[in-house]
Design a protein around this ligand. Sequence first.
Ligand code: AMP
Ligand code: GLY
Length: 428
Amino acid sequence: MNILVLGGGGREHAIVTSLAASPHADTIFAAPGNGGTAKLATNVKLDVVDGEAVVAFAREHAVELVVIGPEAPLVAGVADVVRAAGIACFGPGASGARLEGSKSFSKALMYKYDLPTAAYGSFTDKDEAISYLANQGAPIVVKADGLAAGKGVVVATTIEEALEAIEECFAGRFGKAGATVVIEEMLTGPECSMLAFVDGKTMLPMAPSQDHKRAFDGDTGPNTGGMGVYSPVPIVTEDEHATMIDIMERTVRGLCAEGIDYRGCLYGGFMLTPNGPKLLEFNARFGDPETQVVLPRLKNDLVEVMMAVANQMLDTITLEWEDCWAVSVVLASEGYPGDYETGIPIFSIEQAEALEGVTVYHAGTTIDDEGVLVTAGGRVLNVTALGEDFSSARNLAYTAVALIDFEGKFFRSDIGARALRGREAWDV
Ligand code: AMP
Ligand code: GLY
């Protein structure tokens, strides 16, 4: 069958790679795709937040499955339009995507269904927000309600910092996304994500993963989309793992009770607090870069799993995982998450991929007019390595990282280092 994947990051290259390995896949289209998907799929230009345009393309090219990678088309309701046109779609409709598109909506759902999360208040009035802050004190967390590309969250250690964040939100720094402000209790502990396939009834959890959001070594510097990730997560206890699965199951039951037909990937972002795992957030999609360490370990045929999600047949599937560990290091452009140059030639990916167990997923790359692979974004490549134990996967990833070259190559040298030291490494 022909498949259309919306998006053009490392996540989408990983999704396209797994789909392309399926005997069910004929032509795969990626919109817009990147320099990596170009090898496995046909990259196309398409307005991915315009549902009618997506349907028109799908009809014209006999596409039988549409897979939505990023949040913007999900929140825009593209999945609703695709499904209404009778085309199978992996990705929730607008009502389900609100879990990611509105923090106040997702917090209200967590409270309603008794899902453990930080105490919070939600405000559309600045003075009420400030008086809540005065009552709660610092440290405290201030969040813009809507999509803000990961930049709408301030973990404030002082009242002044929190006040400034509230002022900025209401002054329009995040546009409409900041017209409602969520203020919540600060939680502590390691962060851990759980992705799950959901078909509106059944939930199948994937292996846990752990992202590294800060730009620099030692978890310092500004927040990014993610600088590296591993899966599974060695420091998660069996009890914590079971609790996360239970919370995800109860979330899906809550969504059903709300009449929300959620079909796609549900991303639970947890903090493993001293009082057990608590939800930080939901995303309505696969994580990026989490997907780049989760899908390579999945043994199932991804086309079959995604069609089962789209057709509410997930109860017929059992997920199977490779018995190995995955570590992925992001190669970024110097300056990211601030300003950076693009159009810089990238060398020696082939040498890195010649190492057994290494896959290089492209994020911000493109092929220029002369046919040269060049940088095209802040996060450029995700170098993923599989190994039979955590430290060999990690060593292999860094061996591969050293082989790849482009001017301004920038990466964290401590992905997974804390996990190697054990749970005590978070006790600071
Ligand atoms: P979010 O977009 O809600 O996941 O927030 C982005 C990041 O901010 C998270 O990955 C955490 O590192 C941090 N964060 C969010 N909420 C809290 C909280 N309640 N306590 C501590 N850190 C938080
Ligand atoms: N890596 C975090 C996210 O995908 O939201």
